[in-house]
Design a protein around this ligand. Structure first.
Ligand code: NAI
Length: 399
């Protein structure tokens, strides 16, 4: 019996995946719990699912001998002490790709609205004015979209933009195969000078901090548009503010900010507030009903595959072993300390129990090793107990 405990109103699509896979014991909680209430709710759970408000620190992860995996039904995994989880043999999974389409659609919508100066016109009509004019309003068809960071999201934006008749250029630090009719440009400066709309889809971090600084913004075509739905640190906000005020840029859409409010009440502190033809959104690029449903399914599938086959593909804190067919009569997963002789000890023990190793995969990461072994032989509870009792073992299960 596998007990699954899901917190924070995780989308029903997750439970559907578990139930279809035969995991009937799925307990759900509408909100996040803390302290003793959280630990009590997790007792006896083999799988725990959380979103961003449940904190699984060292204390929360202790005293849970049954816990085999954690699913973060979101993108970020900062709320989990990943190292502690790994050292306890618990892989942590998340959903990095389920909201890519949602971001791509928002960017495309913003491109159309900004080219037509709709944010400004909308505000004027709300104020009671009727400034009917075609000045500064353009179709997207025939314009050039420039994508910086041609990964999961960037490449989807390119495909959607082409369907509108836009020309697509991209710039990436890695050589990326163009999808559709997009063209790669290696020089960022040349790229910026050619495009009508720049959209950013790079990761955050030191490498991309202020990628769009004053110089890069100055290199953009006069009257062009900047869209950032990637990470707040990628754009120098004061430089963007100056470029919008001077008219060098005709508009911008910003979904992510260097410092974002921590609560609904806090409010955004940004010089971009109140500027004409600027769309500001509260980091909702990936937030749609569809993405929540996809996240539920994506993470539940990863957890289901781990419990059923031992695959850790996509785990954020664990050695990765991809899915492979069972080669013998049974599969044993063994998480151990990454020390010399670990595999020898494991193989010897299996031999002593009369098990013939048919196939074996090992991966290591930091202090832990992870072996998935397919055997011919009778894998009894005593065999698993014997493997568990070896001093190098962190966890051992039959799947
Ligand atoms: P990804 O990892 O698939 O693609 C990122 C691409 O950027 C890669 O091709 C990489 O080679 C490229 N890159 C890295 N450094 C670069 C540089 N200095 N110059 C040019 N290219 C560079 O990432 P994905 O999934 O497409 O996400 C992109 C961004 O979108 C991330 O920052 C992510 O956090 C953000 N995001 C924002 C959401 C929102 O709600 N606004 C929702 C989901 C993701």
């Amino acid at each position: 019996m596998t007990r699954i405990v899901l917190f924070e109103n995780i989308h029903a699509s997750a439970k559907e995946v578990f139930v279809a896979a035969g995991f009937d014991e799925v307990v759900t909680y509408p909100g996040a719990l803390t302290g003793d209430a959280l630990r009590e709710a997790m007792q006896g759970a083999h799988v725990v699912g959380i979103r961003s408000r449940t904190h699984l620190d060292q204390k929360a992860l202790s005293g849970l001998p049954d816990l085999r995996a954690v699913g973060c039904f979101c993108i970020g995994t900062n709320q989990v002490d990943l190292e502690t989880a790994a050292l306890r043999g618990i892989p942590v999974f998340n959903a990095p790709f389920s909201n890519t389409r949602s971001v791509a659609e928002l960017v495309l919508g913003e491109t159309i609205l900004l080219l037509r100066r709709i944010p400004e016109k909308n505000a004027r009509v709300h104020e009671g004015f009727w400034d009917k004019t075609a000045d500064g309003a353009y179709e997207a068809r025939g314009k050039t979209l420039g994508i910086i960071g041609y990964g999961n999201i960037g490449s989807q934006v390119g495909i959607l933009a082409e369907s509108l008749g836009m020309r697509v250029l991209y710039h990436d630090i890695e050589a990326k195969l163009p999808i559709g009719n997009a063209h790669a440009t290696s020089s960022l400066k040349k790229f910026l000078a050619q495009v009508d709309v720049v959209t950013l889809h790079v990761p955050g971090g030191k490498e991309t901090a202020n990628l769009m600084d004053a110089d890069a913004i100055a290199a953009m075509k006069p009257g062009s548009i900047l869209i950032n739905a990637s990470r707040g640190t990628v754009v120098d906000i004061p430089a963007l503010h100056r470029a919008l005020k001077s008219g060098h840029l005709s508009g911008a859409a910003v979904d992510v900010f260097p410092t974002e409010p921590k609560s609904r009440e806090e409010g955004l502190d940004s010089p971009l507030r109140g500027l004409q033809n600027v769309i500001l959104t509260p980091h909702v690029g990936g937030s749609t009903q569809e993405s929540q449903e996809n996240i539920g399914r994506e993470v539940a599938e990863k957890l289901k595959r781990f419990i059923g086959s031992g695959t850790t593909k996509g785990a954020v804190n664990f050695p990765e072993i991809p899915y492979h067919e069972l080669a013998g009569t049974a599969r044993i997963i063994h998480i151990h300390q990454n020390v010399p002789g670990a595999m020898g000890a494991l193989s010897n023990l299996m031999g002593e129990y009369g098990l013939n190793i048919v196939s074996q995969q090992l991966q290591t990461r930091g202090k832990i090793g992870y072996a998935v072994t397919d055997v011919d032989g009778d894998v009894t509870d005593q065999v698993i107990e014997g493997l568990r009792n070896h001093p190098i073992t962190i966890r051992c299960d039959r799947v």
